[in-house]
Write a protein that binds this ligand. Structure first.
Ligand code: PLP
Length: 455
């Protein structure tokens, strides 16, 4: 711990850090971020960074949005806490539910709020089980997600997640959760197989899994439109169309996990719209409040709502809810966030700057270290490889992704290294054209440093 600041030492001795190697962290310590402004954050030494990941894919309106701060302050003054249990409510709850229903990419009837993306997906599972019991099909409970997918870390949502680190030694996944193949064409497409053929193969595998388990036992399928934490994986050509056909054939409820793609990230309000998905429900969080306060939500259709009413007739109460379900401060900030998206036409802004963003990400494909580059809207990634021709990865021990992340940091850019030496980009949606240029100029300098490091 020598050479570390007092703040870093205090942190090491007190804070348990998620997604961190707890052993090496004891000597490296934390990067302490002190303040933010627009798309920039500043560390405790005063160094400026472009926040190229919008925090954790979430601060869509950047770091100094006064209208959100005012919305929170006003709500705290008026009603700092209110709940929606047992027939109580407050105005912000319905206001936000109305706004969400109006833009949801399916025929949404009601909204169930919660505090995070993990809770949203946890709720999805509970609602689906409850619904199928109400419908008199107690055997229809299994849920299929995908390898490499990310849906959270609670016991149930962590089970949906298809990444080894989220299961290993946590005794996950739980029963009734199954994983089908990842849509990562660059890594998993076979030699000579087209994208379209790969999508067909993935849809066939899904169908085989359904048939193996018994279609009458499969309740739902969950997917992120673009896989985020699993590697910013784009759906290959024809993918969702083919998957959708299988789901329709076996009457399987389709959940679009919009926790990252939600709210303009991919150039449409929801990723489901960008990729022609026809979900029965969506999970949202993160950009719902520009991450200024924790809030998540799930939308449901009228059929599920009616079945839940039948359950209430039978059981008496819908036995679910968090103290912070529809928290008024979170709901007020979320209402303001959605209002800002609309009045500043964030969607048009994303569409206007996306070509520059996509071009800059795709431009890295020519770099000797980059095996694959991919981007859509304001989300993208590059995959670092030891050999572009064979797609050979670097030795795991070399931790090239982490080296690249560190180099970017040195040049004043925060990016995220995902498993497989994938560097993710997901800046605040308010990023301007010239800032995109500066962001990727910094990344280019970082990549040159990495090249010097490995050659
Ligand atoms: N779903 C997706 C697609 C996510 O990316 C995340 C978080 O990154 C989650 C769910 C979990 O959200 P949270 O971290 O708010 O629990």
């Amino acid at each position: 711990m020598t050479g570390l600041s007092n703040a870093a030492k205090r942190d090491i001795e007190t804070v348990l850090h998620p997604y961190t190697n707890l052993d090496t962290f004891r000597s490296t310590g934390p990067l302490i971020i002190e303040r933010g402004e627009g798309i920039h954050v500043f560390d405790s030494e005063g160094k400026e960074y472009i926040e190229g990941m919008a925090g954790l894919w979430c601060t869509s309106l950047g770091y100094s949005e006064a209208e959100l701060i005012d919305a929170a302050t006003e709500q705290m003054r008026q009603l700092p806490f209110g709940h929606v249990f047992g027939g109580r409510s407050h105005e912000r709850a319905a206001e936000l539910a109305e706004k969400l229903k109006a833009i949801a990419p399916h025929d949404a009837s009601k909204v169930l709020f919660c505090g995070s993306g993990s809770e949203a997906n946890d709720q999805q599972i509970k609602l689906l089980w409850y619904y199928n019991n109400a419908k008199g099909r107690p055997e229809k409970k299994k849920i299929i997600s995908r390898l490499q997918g990310y849906h959270g870390v609670t016991i149930a949502s962590g089970s949906l997640t298809g990444l080894p680190a989220n299961h290993m030694d946590f005794d996950l996944p739980i029963e009734r959760i199954f994983h089908t193949g990842s849509p990562h064409y660059y890594r998993q497409g076979e030699v000579g197989e087209s994208e379209e053929e790969f999508s067909t193969r993935r849809a066939q595998e899904l169908e085989e899994l359904i048939l193996r388990e018994g279609p009458e036992t499969i309740a739902g399928f969950i997917a992120e439109p673009i896989m985020g934490a699993g590697g910013v994986v784009m759906p290959p050509q024809g993918y969702f169309e083919k998957i959708q056909a299988v789901l329709d054939k076996y009457d399987i409820y389709f959940i679009s996990d919009e926790v990252i793609c939600g709210f303009a990230r991919t150039g449409n309000m929801f990723g489901a719209e960008t990729f022609g998905m026809k979900p029965d429900s969506i999970s949202v969080a993160k950009a719902l409040s520009s991450a200024y306060v924790p809030i998540g939500a799930v939308t449901i259709g009228e059929d599920m709502y009616q079945a839940m009413i039948d359950e209430s007739k039978k059981i008496g109460t819908f036995g679910h809810g968090f103290t912070y379900t529809a928290h008024p401060v979170a709901a007020a900030v979320a209402c303001k966030t959605l209002e800002i998206y609309e009045k500043r036409d964030i969607l048009s802004h994303v569409r206007a700057v996306a070509p520059t963003f996509e071009k800059r990400v795709m431009g890295f494909a020519d770099h000797p270290l980059v095996g694959n580059a991919r981007a859509k809207g304001l989300i993208g990634a590059i995959e670092l490889v030891a050999d572009k021709g064979t797609k050979k990865s670097f030795d795991k021990a070399a931790a090239i992704g982490a080296v690249a992340m560190g180099a970017a940091q040195k040049h004043g850019l925060i990016v995220r290294a995902l498993a497989g030496d994938i560097i993710a980009f997901c800046p605040p949606l308010i990023i301007k054209e010239d800032e995109i240029g500066e962001m990727f100029d910094r990344m280019a300098r970082a990549l040159d440093d990495v090249e010097a490091h490995v050659r």
